[in-house]
Design a protein around this ligand. Structure first.
Ligand code: ATP
Length: 513
């Protein structure tokens, strides 16, 4: 079922110009994708929603656009050269490669799913009288499965924290975790694998320096902390936001745009007084979940998940997980990174990265709370929630509709003359010329009106305007709503106001506060 939905989304994305495999005429490049005409629009709108909500709505946050290439020392200081590793394991029979931690997490998720199923069944059986908490606390099946999860977790977290690769493998063996492809339990040792891509800077390869493609955008912010603080006369607390490409040589990348080797991040580092980081951590947790829920993709599709293992730099970290077709997975991370990054850059560069706090009359290295979200994963949350197959009308005909949040939709309004004659295209042209300054609109006159509506449904256009013979008499058009398929007559003069009300980014942002 879930697999089915993912396959349908992948096929739909290609057919309607959202996402294509990279270099497809050469059979593609693994885990790299290109965004097509509609995908590029949706992606830009996601970035705009993020940028405006972070930078425009917060007077103490400014933007940055740092280069992808950075001095190699940056990645030594940040810890990436030494520790940006994933534990890798191979299956000897199927020759498939996996992340050992992901195999264990997926095994654990099976027990979680069993519990969820038991709860659902009981809920159906007992109806309104059902007491979920009591059920979870007393039902023998649930208790047995929970005990398995707890036991597994204890070993898993300890192995991760101790960096104990032998123990990670032993957990896989003891729990008889099999290769999802072949069912084989014939595993190799677990090895560490560094995820950074490297390349050479300079034309003569023997003397050239090895440099890395950045695996996160955050370091571009840290090394510019002082530049921005001084040139912008920023006072703590303040933030720096950035959107840009990041690269990771992921061990396994089989889930469409969920895990790519080249992807885009939207990151914001918020610099605070030492000791105040938990207050800001809570603030950003709340703000970021609100940002997601404001898109109306279904509140039940989100949950917080505290990290099993804190990264070397963090003193608190939580993921916002979304209910993807493959289950709940991370879309965004919120991390309290302490003074680790600035402290390390201070040490490695020999340059002071301190802030003089006039209220406290003292200097310190600021603490940092980070919000980090992948544009592509965000794109995938929207596709997953928006893709719908609906039966319409009595004939049992189906339509595919993408219920994309209107302000993010690639095309906001389609302008459709009912027929290609009688002066209707000319009126439609005039409407197009007015609206195009405000929104991404398209004009279409080919095919029957029904077919044109379906095409717009399939790319998620929230509104269609149809110009018919009545338009010539009373200057009104039909406004068709994508989700309800309802139609109403509205005056041509009202169109811009209506559109602003229904599809503008400003409205979406206003709802956020
Ligand atoms: P995961 O555990 O899934 O590998 P991560 O914890 O390594 O992710 P972070 O380093 O916290 O991820 O990166 C921040 C965000 O960047 C993630 O929440 C995700 O949205 C995005 N991201 C990370 N890696 C990828 C990738 N390979 N492809 C697409 N997006 C990614």
């Amino acid at each position: 079922m879930a697999d089915d939905l993912l396959k349908k989304i992948i096929a739909h994305s290609k057919e309607y110009g959202f996402i294509f495999p990279s270099s497809e005429i050469y059979d593609g490049l693994s885990a790299v994708y290109d965004y097509g005409q509609n995908g590029a629009e949706l992606k830009n709108n996601i970035k705009q929603y993020w940028w405006q909500s972070m930078v425009q709505l917060h007077s103490n946050i400014v933007g940055l656009d740092a280069a992808i290439f950075m001095h190699p020392k940056v990645w030594e200081a940040s810890g990436h050269v030494g520790a940006f590793n994933d534990p890798l394991i191979d299956n000897k029979d199927s020759k498939k490669r996996y992340r050992a931690d992901v195999l264990i997490e997926e095994f654990r998720a099976k027990y979680e799913a069993k519990i969820a199923k038991d709860v659902e069944k009981a809920q159906k059986k007992f109806g309104e009288q059902f007491d979920k908490e009591q059920f979870i606390a007393t039902n023998p099946n649930v208790l047995r499965n929970q005990a398995k999860i707890d036991e597994l977790n204890a070993r898993f977290v300890k192995a991760l924290n101790d960096n104990d690769l032998v123990e990670l493998r032993q957990i896989i063996i003891d729990n008889e975790i099999a290769c999802p492809e072949s069912g084989s339990k014939n595993w190799t040792e677990v090895r560490q694998f560094n995820l950074m891509f490297d390349t050479k800077l300079g034309s003569v390869s023997d003397t050239a320096n090895t440099i890395y493609l950045r695996p996160e955008t955050a370091q571009g912010i840290f090394v510019n902390y002082l530049n921005v603080q001084k040139s912008g006369r920023m006072k703590i607390p303040f933030g720096i936001a950035q959107i840009g490409k990041a690269f990771r040589n992921e061990i396994v990348a089989r889930q469409f745009i969920f895990r790519m080797r080249e992807f885009e991040q939207m990151e914001m580092q918020f610099f605070v007084r030492p000791g105040e980081e938990m207050k800001w951590y809570e603030y950003w947790k709340e703000f970021r979940i609100k940002w997601h829920k404001n898109l109306n993709l279904g509140d039940e599709n989100y949950k917080f998940h505290n990290h099993d293992k804190l990264a070397h730099y963090a003193n608190a970290a939580v993921d916002i997980e979304f209910n993807f077709p493959m289950g709940f997975k991370e879309v965004e991370g919120i991390h309290s990174r302490t003074d680790f990054d600035l402290g390390r850059h201070q040490e490695f560069s020999g340059k002071k990265l301190q802030y003089f706090d006039p209220e406290l009359n003292e200097s310190y290295v600021p603490y940092v709370v980070e919000t980090s979200i992948g544009v592509d994963r965000m794109f995938m949350t929207i596709l997953s929630a928006a893709y719908k197959e609906e039966v319409v009308g009595e004939t049992g005909e189906t339509r595919i509709v993408l219920a994309i949040p209107p302000a993010l939709a690639p095309v906001k309004i389609a302008i459709l003359p009912l027929v290609k004659k009688d002066g209707l295209p000319e009126i439609a042209d005039k409407i197009f010329d007015k609206l195009k300054f405000h929104f991404n609109v398209i004009y279409e006159e080919k095919d029957s009106i029904g077919k044109r509506y379906r095409r717009q449904d399939a790319i998620g256009t929230p509104y269609c305007i149809t110009i018919d013979h009545q338009t010539k008499e009373d200057n009104t058009v039909t406004l068709r709503h994508r989700d309800s398929m309802e139609q109403e007559r509205v005056s041509v003069d009202e169109l811009i106001n209506i559109a602003h009300e229904k599809v503008s980014m400003a409205k979406l942002l206003e709802n956020l506060l």
